[in-house]
Design a protein around this ligand. Structure first.
Ligand code: IMP
Ligand code: MG
Length: 175
């Protein structure tokens, strides 16, 4: 089967939106140190661009999770790598590539909130609200709301590929 990628969000559109998100974040944090927690691997491109648009102090933390099992019942999420520092008293911004069912972000929020940050917000580049299963999820900053399609690029992969595309596209398969 031949894979093809049809552009959904251009590099220019993404960069413009990332700049807007950074402006919003800077206004809200108002010079406080932002502890940006990146979810590997999909979040790294977004984190790298977003952080460079923020004028002011930021710190980076990285964590990795994987999901398996029946997503309808919350899935099973495994923590592959925890962050290295503590979050006590820190102003934490979770940086995610995409929120789909919301199960992953729900798990990560619970995990990080247990570390007693002073404040906690979520920033997701993409949101597919049609697929939401997790209840009571708050997303403070959203880049783009997209339809229920499988997308790749700008950090997002299919079988570990396409993460390096500058744009985001819908992946399809042809015979
Ligand atoms: P959730 O737990 O269903 O919200 O799934 C979130 C995770 O699934 C994301 O962090 C991605 O790793 C992956 N994912 C969901 N939708 C897509 C997609 O369209 N393309 C690539 N990865 C996706
Ligand atoms: Mg992910």
């Amino acid at each position: 089967m031949k894979e093809s990628v049809k552009i959904l969000l251009s590099a220019g559109q993404i960069q413009q939106r990332v700049t807007e998100l950074a402006e919003e974040i800077m206004r809200d944090y108002n010079g406080k140190i932002i502890t940006m927690v990146c979810v590997l691997k999909g979040g790294i491109i977004f984190l790298a661009d977003l952080a460079r648009k923020i004028r002011g102090p930021v710190e980076f933390e990285f964590m990795d999770v994987s999901s398996y099992g029946d997503e309808a019942v919350g899935g099973k999420i495994a923590l592959n790598k925890d962050i290295e520092g503590g979050l006590e008293g820190k102003d934490v911004l979770l940086v995610e590539d995409i929120i789909d069912t919301g199960n992953t972000v729900s798990f990560i929020c619970k995990h990080l909130l247990a570390k007693n940050p002073a404040s906690f917000r979520v920033c997701a580049l993409l949101d597919k609200p049609e697929r939401r299963l997790a209840a009571g999820l708050t997303v403070d900053y959203t880049g783009f709301v997209i339809p229920d399609r499988f997308v790749v690029g700008y950090g997002l992969d299919y079988a570990q590929r396409y993460r390096n595309l500058e744009y985001i596209g819908v992946l399809s398969f042809e015979e």
